[in-house]
Design a binder for this molecule. Structure first.
Ligand code: ADP
Ligand code: MG
Length: 249
């Protein structure tokens, strides 16, 4: 096995009497999409927040590219290449698509105090931004005001902004949520390609998308991982069917 890009080791988190994460150990390997699924309230978002740094675990560690980042803030983790997308959208709606991507590239350049006006003229940032936009299929929309994009295109732009970070790993919480059939298909295709750039830890409700995309799946139930394996392993696993998949039939 290669070294994992991202790892949790024995993460535990309680909210009062409720154990939201129970000794969760998982890893993200280069080039893979590792999906995290489980019923509502299973603790998926709580786990993601601990990995991203919004929540501090009671116990356990988060390791990014071999470094223990458990004590670091979200911003420090982001600067080390942990790209989280699809939180509350941080896009500036009145700015153009290109301006948003340049703003992202500016953050990644480590000089967020620079004036935005000056940043827009910087060829290096513009280059990074344009490359990221091309990667997600938004080259035809660089001059479009962000507010005029469709829901799906905004998601693509968020991915482009994340790409300007030159991420080591993506964390995505429900990228398909609220997208129509066509939007979901486009996002599925984008994620399919994106895993080459950086592996993706994917929380997604749409099990069709998960089964189509994931290299590995971990199933979380009551804060605990009850199984990790390939799509086939997970589909066939009796424990998983009983605790989760069965209930959807
Ligand atoms: P999921 O994302 O899998 O639906 P969550 O991680 O949102 O699950 O929630 C896991 C459990 O933790 C739920 O029972 C939820 O009510 C509880 N929970 C989540 N966040 C908090 C919080 N900040 N304070 C108290 N309880 C919380
Ligand atoms: Mg959730």
């Amino acid at each position: 096995m290669t070294d994992p890009v991202l790892q949790t080791i024995g993460i535990s988190k309680a909210f009062g009497a409720l154990q939201a994460s129970k000794n969760v150990t998982l890893d993200l390997q280069p080039g893979e999409i590792h999906a995290l699924i489980g019923p509502n309230g299973a603790g998926k978002s709580t786990l993601i927040q601990q990995i991203a740094g919004n929540l501090r675990p009671d116990d356990g560690q988060v390791i990014l590219a071999g470094e223990n980042v458990t004590g670091l803030t979200t911003a420090q983790r982001a600067r080390r290449g942990l790209a989280r997308t699809f939180q509350i959208s941080a896009l500036a709606m009145e700015d153009t698509v290109l301006q948003n991507a340049i703003l992202g590239a500016l953050g990644a350049s480590g000089k967020p105090w620079a004036f935005f006006g000056a940043a827009l003229k910087r060829q290096d940032l513009r280059q990074v931004a344009e490359t990221a936009l091309a990667r997600v299929g938004l080259s035809d929309h660089v001059a479009t005001r962000t507010a005029e994009l469709s829901h799906g295109q905004r998601r693509q732009l968020e991915v482009a902004v994340a790409l300007t970070l030159k991420p080591k790993a993506f964390i995505m919480d429900e990228p398909m949520a609220g997208l129509g059939t066509e939007g979901s298909q486009q996002m599925t295709q984008l994620l399919h390609e994106l895993r080459q750039e950086a592996p993706i830890l994917l929380v997604e409700h749409d099990t069709d998308a998960v089964f189509a995309l994931a290299d590995r799946i971990s199933v979380l139930v009551y804060g605990e991982i009850i199984a990790t394996g390939s799509v086939d392993d997970i589909r066939r696993n009796p424990k998983v069917r009983e605790a989760y998949l069965g209930e959807e039939d």
